[in-house]
Design a protein around this ligand. Sequence first.
Ligand code: SF4
Length: 54
Amino acid sequence: MSKHVIEDAKRCLQCKSPMCSKGCPIDTPIRDAIHLLLESKIPETVSNKACLLC
Ligand code: SF4
């Protein structure tokens, strides 16, 4: 995992009404994914930059 991905994830405010998910064409729960990433609960196979922070 790239260091800058983690640093960017730490900037997330965990908004109550996240605009990030509303803008995602496949309805990825981005806020929740970021939370899981920071908790190290996402397997490395799905935690690449392309799927989380496209
Ligand atoms: S990534 Fe989503 S939840 Fe996090 S600060 Fe941005 S809009 Fe809010």
